[in-house]
Design a protein around this ligand. Structure first.
Ligand code: ARG
Length: 457
């Protein structure tokens, strides 16, 4: 296609390093859509005849049908999806195919194709994350008042509810969705018509192609248009942050499924056995979601480093933008689907969670707060008194609520019988009614808000 001034063909290693068709064949649909919009505009503007435009457009439909039926043929000599499509078009409709590439370049073509692809990718991720959020809401609703230990430093800290804990992930995924939505708005400008780098002398209508491809407007600077990959980076950065959230949830599942915790029984469908230890039920899916977050961050880093220091405008380095975008998207899609499936089907062992919440002196803060509230003790002093009560309980192998009143009064005479009411885990969570707190009525209010938002969408 570009060999006019070359006497010899490329070395075989040149063919190999130069070719992107093994991976950019994934852009085939977008490439055809971009070409159809371009040729329709060329016809409308009289840059090619209406008849030729119609012939080319029909030919592109035939190529698309062939791709759909048989996949995209990989021929390294044709380099990339743009050349493969154009050469097949020429086989089908003859030399008129050569008019398609008027007033464009592969540089604006690939920039357009990849934007279209990333836009579709965002729409897929958005649907997946909406489903994950909905699954989290359903399980949070079921367990809005199921008490579990809340942790800091992975040490039992204060009782919380399982619904509250699940809604924390709902909040994270909500931020992910807004990041993807922001990226989508920002990237929705069409680079087609920037041509190789400087624009074109043909009387093209960039607004028409932009609208035809569902973009809000054409891009404003041709040099930037062909060399900008911010949209791919925005996608990868949002994907990285999303995968971080998924990996944290996955890690909770790994911990919760371990025998010492026993907070969940993972569904058979998301666990594997061991070939040597028959008792094992391994949380492989959760571990792989955790692992995939590393690979997704790697994809993001790969493109950051590819783009770093590239002068304007297009450089071939940028051909390497696609594999990390595709890989991250595949990994993220799998991770979202696996986490959604696990959330939907996991068995929460709320009896076990409650037992652990009751055993870790998790209501010590409630004791201190009671002293502040009922006996007007300064918090620092209350903290100290409570520490002594915890030590006594520990020495005796008792829970705080099992300490006799007389012994508590030995520690501090201001303690009365009324204290015991705040030492249960249920009283503890019910008391934390500050906005966004773990009290079941607060959790239910947040769930109701999220449901209303879901229905409004
Ligand atoms: N396959 C190329 C890529 O993905 C298409 C653009 C080629 N442009 C060029 N000037 N060689 O980047």
């Amino acid at each position: 296609m570009w060999g006019g001034r070359f006497a010899a063909g490329p070395a075989s290693v040149m063919r190999e390093i130069n070719a992107s068709i093994p991976f950019d064949k994934r852009l085939s649909q977008q490439d055809i859509a971009g070409s159809k919009a371009h040729v329709a505009m060329l016809g409308q503007q009289g840059i090619v005849s209406a008849e030729d435009a119609a012939t080319i457009s029909a030919g592109l439909d035939r190529v698309a049908a062939e791709y759909a039926a048989n996949g995209v043929p990989v021929d390294l000599d044709l380099e990339d999806i743009h050349m493969v499509t154009e050469s097949r078009l020429a086989e089908l409709i003859g030399p008129v195919a050569g008019r398609l590439h008027t007033a464009r370049s592969r540089n604006d073509q690939v920039a357009t194709d990849l934007r279209l692809w990333v836009r579709d990718a965002i729409d897929q991720v958005e649907a997946g994350l909406a489903a994950l959020q909905s699954a989290l809401l359903t399980r949070a609703e079921d367990h809005a008042d199921a008490v579990m230990p809340g942790f800091t430093h992975l040490q039992s800290a204060q009782p919380v509810t399982l619904g509250h804990h699940l809604m924390a992930y709902h909040a994270m995924i909500g931020r992910d969705r807004s990041r993807f939505a922001d990226a989508r708005v920002r990237m929705n400008e069409c680079p087609l018509g920037a041509a190789a780098l400087a624009g074109t002398g043909f009387p093209i209508d960039r607004h028409a192609t932009a609208v035809a491809l569902g973009f809000d407007r054409p891009t404003g600077n041709s040099l930037d248009s062909v060399s900008d990959r911010d949209f791919a980076l925005d996608y990868l950065m949002a994907a990285t942050q999303c995968s971080l959230h998924l990996s944290r949830l996955a890690e909770e599942f790994v911990i919760w499924a371990s025998q010492p915790f026993g907070f969940v029984k993972l569904p058979d469908a998301y666990s594997t056995g061991s070939s040597i230890m028959p008792q094992k039920r391994n949380p492989d899916a959760a571990e792989l979601v955790r692992g995939h977050a590393g690979r997704i961050a790697g994809c993001m880093t790969a493109l950051v480093i590819t783009m770093k220091g590239l002068p304007l405008a297009y450089s071939k380095d940028m051909q390497d933008d696609k594999p990390p975008v595709f890989e991250a998207h595949d990994l993220l899609g799998l991770s979202i689907a696996a986490m959604t499936g696990m959330i939907e089907t996991v068995t929460f062992r709320t009896d076990r969670m409650r037992a652990l919440a009751e055993s870790g002196y998790a209501t010590a803060t409630d004791l201190a707060d009671w002293l502040v509230r009922e006996a007007n003790v300064p918090f620092r002093e209350a903290h100290h008194i409570t520490g002594r009560a915890v030590k006594l309980a520990e020495d005796r192998g008792l829970q705080l609520a099992d300490l006799p009143l007389a012994d508590l009064q030995d520690i501090d005479a201001r303690i009365t019988d009324g204290l015991y009411a705040v030492l249960t885990v249920d009283a503890s969570v019910a008391s934390r009614r500050s906005h966004g707190g773990t009290a079941p009525d607060q959790v239910r209010a947040r769930i109701a808000e999220a449901r209303a938002k879901e229905h409004a969408a």
